[in-house]
Write a protein that binds this ligand. Structure first.
Ligand code: FES
Length: 173
């Protein structure tokens, strides 16, 4: 179930488009940009809005790998596999991240902390191979640098979960 804020964003996006089938992909893109993913409920709303079968919306959305159907983790880690990064060993960076995070590319960790994806050229080929975490770009990565690069994100997650634990204890007292 999406929340009130997400519903408002959905209505706002739908109302800025005409009810034509050609708007299906732009709607999917805009809504994903706002919500971070495409919940089931949203797909149903888009189908209703455009007057097309829900299965058609799913068919289009699942055809393109730019669309996500689960929320992103708190830390969104991407590896560039554009030509320059690929040639400089981007795939090895991706494999090191998969090992380090315990998830495969395209997945989110069970605790919702990390998502891992591959992306096309991000425009800084001179720094290849690059990893991106949130807004930070990590240049000239090697598989050995992966563990170190993830430390602040893992520490942040640990700190937050221990704070939640403390709050939980306080509220029980
Ligand atoms: S190919 Fe990776 S930044 Fe251009």
């Amino acid at each position: 179930m999406i929340g009130t804020k997400e519903k408002e964003q959905l209505i706002e996006t739908l109302s800025s488009h005409s009810k034509e089938r050609k708007n299906l992909i732009p709607l999917l893109q805009e809504i994903q940009a706002k919500l971070g993913y495409l919940p089931k409920e949203v797909m149903q709303e888009i189908a209703n809005f455009l007057g097309i079968p829900e299965v058609e919306v799913y068919g289009v959305a699942t055809f393109y790998n730019q669309f996500r159907f689960l929320p992103l983790g708190k830390h969104y880690i991407r590896v560039c596999l554009g030509t320059a990064c690929h040639l400089a060993g981007g795939k090895l960076i991706l494999e090191a991240l998969e090992r380090e995070l315990g998830i495969k590319v395209g997945e989110t960790s069970e605790d919702g902390e990390f998502s891992l994806e591959r992306v096309a050229c991000v425009g800084c080929c001179m720094l290849a191979p690059v990893m991106i975490a949130g807004d930070n770009i990590y240049p000239k990565m090697t598989p050995f640098k992966v563990e170190e690069a993830l430390i602040p994100y893992k520490q942040e997650s640990k700190k937050e979960s221990s704070n939640e634990g403390k709050l939980g204890n306080t509220s029980k007292a």
